[in-house]
Design a protein around this ligand. Structure first.
Ligand code: PAF
Length: 283
């Protein structure tokens, strides 16, 4: 069944029972459908939102070209059992204009990794997600682990600002050859699409080197990227909450994160990695 389309805050008032929200910017792919299917049993009413949020794009980024695929998005939402599709206009989300003075500051975690490359990005993301939470009032909200730093920041915002919503992360959905699904993959030319598999292969190479410590993980990942002629923006090994890994290499689960431009699109991928100490000389 096709979802009910809501465009305004007033149209959201009749949501019944508990509510799960899956925020998106549209151009929906199987990864989004998985988020929706994961969210479906978590609440009585499943709301998905589609809003290409201007404030998370810096000048010169792809806000105007960002793919808008309304008809197929509606079909994907129907397939995933979405009850209500919230698709607001910019004026509904930013009634005071885009330069509103009240925004959500992501703090130090918003300045590293993606935040170092895109200094205004997470302020825009957190601000719009806070607004979506305020409008939809979900009990639970589901986000993909593919944007791991985004997920960590949203989870932290929900806790720190006592927003009363449980933030749930979902594993990354991949193409058959390992490429993480992303709306921006459609920008890849056939040759770039072949080389884009470098990111997931680099993650696998990094994980395979985990027993030799974080530096070996980074080196293995960088070497695999180089095999494909892909230059990383960063390859980072962090703790699970994106802090520095424990230098004692306690065997805890950390994160390996990669960002790299393949042609026009900047691709992101990440996975769990066991944090071990580097083997000492003679071992
Ligand atoms: O991940 C996305 O699609 C966006 O950053 C989000 C969370 C919908 C906010 O605009």
């Amino acid at each position: 069944m096709s979802p009910v389309v809501a465009r305004t805050a007033a149209e959201l008032r009749s949501l019944s029972g508990t509510v799960a929200l899956v925020p998106t910017m549209g151009a929906l792919h199987d990864g989004h459908v998985q988020l929706m299917k994961h969210a479906r049993p978590l609440a009585d009413t499943l709301v998905a939102s589609i809003f290409v949020n201007p404030t998370q794009f810096a000048p010169g980024e792809d806000y105007t070209e960002y793919p808008r695929t309304w008809e197929s998005d509606l079909e994907r939402c129907a397939e995933a059992g979405v009850d209500v599709l919230f698709a607001p206009e910019v004026a509904t989300m930013y009634p005071g204009g885009l330069d509103a003075q009240i925004t959500v500051d992501p703090g130090p975690l918003g300045t590293v990794l993606e935040g170092a490359a895109r200094p205004t990005h997470f302020r825009g993301v957190l601000t719009v997600v806070a607004k979506l939470f305020g409008l939809v009032r979900p009990d639970v909200a589901v986000f993909g682990e593919k944007d791991y730093q985004q997920l960590a920041l949203i989870r932290s915002m929900a806790q720190t600002l006592c927003l009363g919503v449980e933030v749930v992360g979902c594993p990354t959905v991949r193409e058959a050859d390992g490429l993480a699904m992303s709306s921006r993959n459609r920008y890849l030319t056939p040759d770039e699409r072949d080389r884009a598999v470098a990111l997931s292969q680099a993650l696998a190479a990094g994980v395979a080197a985990a027993a030799d410590g974080p530096e070996a993980v980074r080196a293995a990942a960088l070497a695999r990227l180089a095999d494909f002629g892909v230059v990383a923006d960063y390859v980072a090994v962090t703790s699970a909450d994106l802090g520095d890994p424990d230098p004692s290499g306690s065997g805890e689960e950390g994160r390996l994160l990669i960002a790299a431009r393949v042609g026009k699109p900047r691709l992101l991928d990440n996975c769990a990695v066991t944090l071990c100490g580097a083997p000492s000389e003679g071992n």
